[in-house]
Ligand binder design. Structure first.
Ligand SMILES: [Zn+2]
Length: 440
């Protein structure tokens, strides 16, 4: 099967590509890139003027909930949601039930993902057995089974000794240790950012320091262990400052933030909407602005969704009782285009880098990109296409988005993954997808 994409903006920042032209995919490979292509045979032609063709996105922080909470998400539904959002590869966090702390659990995820379809799933193994923070998991076994990183996401590894050893072991396998930087002794009982707004709303606060002191410590330990530290979901200006200093000192520290921290602030909680309750919490406008700046100047390397599905009934409770987390795979591109690129805070090439080569590099994932001979792993999107977020149309089994009812800009038009093309159903507004069935 062959496809000829005509007149798109070809954008692959890692290869220095940003120009208008055609691209030909045949047999799951990119055959030609750029200029005007006249192909032999009869490829399906896709008129893509005004659209952007980029490497398929990589999300390094997703919760797939399987095993254990298949009512919230499954590997199958989660990878469909990923495809709907333009992601060709996702890394899934190990806080499932049972947690991904054994070879068997890692293999289970890989096998299920293989059955589910073309989106690549990179499991992240636990740092500690059972995520209990008491002793290390068998990190070598996890890596041999296919773990791309280790993390106790959802929990910070409280013991500095264990964290040091984790960084030392992970270094031997050249994988990053992903830290959920939150000192729970400081954040305990908190449900939103601690500040003026939490006082006003009468909700218990989570101070910025619960994140900042945790990042500080982990950076120190990464230096001591000469290990690779990746800081998940940075939410504070001070957290950014710590990462910035670590990088200036030449440490192997990388960081991500999530679209909701770049778009929203704690002011959005005025209506006590539990679909805006996340951990770490939405912070102040000053924090959000610092994060935007750090994404633009590269101190924050990557943007990951922290896609955290929860069933409706669990979120339809009072604010204090609701679980933390929002879904993000299907809205990520549009939220980022609308709130950052169109608003003038971030150039599009840097956004694409944050969604492709930056996370791939951290995960040690080989990103094919827009190169002749490479496996086709491409996303085509219309940056001007607008749609209204309708959670009932999500591929995800869960609906907990903070952007319901909002008109956003940026529509996924197609995803090419090897010999498969995935396209939105007509008039879906970003929803349902099916594998391309144009037989050639
Ligand atoms: Zn986390």
């Amino acid at each position: 099967m062959a496809w000829l994409v005509k007149g798109a903006r070809l954008l692959d920042p890692a290869r220095g590509i940003d120009r208008t032209g055609d691209l030909l995919v045949d047999g799951g490979k990119i055959v030609r890139v750029g200029g005007e292509i006249r192909a032999d045979g009869e490829p399906a032609t896709i008129e893509a003027k005004g659209c952007v063709l980029a490497p398929a996105f990589v999300d390094m922080h997703v919760h797939l909930r399987e095993p254990g909470r298949e009512d919230a998400e499954t590997i199958e539904s989660g990878t469909r949601a990923a495809a709907a959002g333009g992601f060709g590869a996702i890394a899934c966090m190990p806080n499932t039930d049972p947690p991904l702390d054994s070879q068997g659990a890692i293999r289970f995820v890989l096998e299920r993902a293989e059955e589910a379809g073309p989106v690549q799933v990179l499991p992240i193994g636990c740092i500690t057995a059972g995520r209990r923070g008491e002793r290390l998991a068998e990190i070598g076994d996890l890596v041999r089974a296919g773990a791309a990183a280790i993390s106790d996401d959802g929990s910070w590894v409280e013991s500095p000794l264990l964290m040091r050893r984790a960084l030392e072991y992970a270094r031997m396998f050249d994988i990053p240790v992903v830290t959920h930087a939150e000192d729970k002794r400081l954040s305990a009982g908190g449900v939103m950012h601690e500040g003026e707004m939490s006082l006003h709303l009468g909700l218990r606060g989570i101070p910025a320091e619960s994140e900042v002191v945790a990042i500080e410590r982990d950076v120190r330990l990464a230096e001591l262990a000469e290990g690779r530290l990746h800081v998940a979901h940075v939410s504070t200006a001070e957290g950014v400052a710590v990462v910035r200093r670590a990088k200036e000192r030449g440490l192997a520290v990388t960081a991500e933030t999530a679209p909701h921290y770049l778009a929203l602030t704690d002011r959005c909680l005025a209506g006590y909407d539990t679909n805006r309750k996340v951990n770490p919490p939405l912070r102040t406008a000053a924090d959000r602005d610092a994060l935007r700046g750090a994404v633009a100047d590269g101190v924050i390397d990557a943007i990951a969704t922290d896609h955290a599905p929860h069933p409706l009934h669990e979120k339809e409770v009072e604010f204090d009782a609701a679980p933390f987390g929002v879904v993000g795979l299907e809205t990520a591109l549009a939220v980022l285009l609308t709130y950052l690129v169109r608003a003038g805070h971030l150039p599009l090439p840097r956004l694409v880098e944050c969604l492709t080569s930056a996370p791939a590099k951290i995960l040690g994932l080989d990103l094919p990109g827009l190169a002749e001979g490479a496996d086709a792993s491409l996303v085509l999107f219309d940056p001007e296409g607008s749609w209204v977020v309708d959670p009932s149309r999500f591929e995800s089994l869960s609906r907990n988005t903070p952007f319901a009812g909002e008109r956003l800009f940026g529509e996924i038009k197609a995803l090419f993954l090897g010999p498969k093309r995935i396209v939105p159903r007509p008039k879906s507004g970003g929803g349902f997808l099916f594998p391309d069935e144009e037989a050639r």
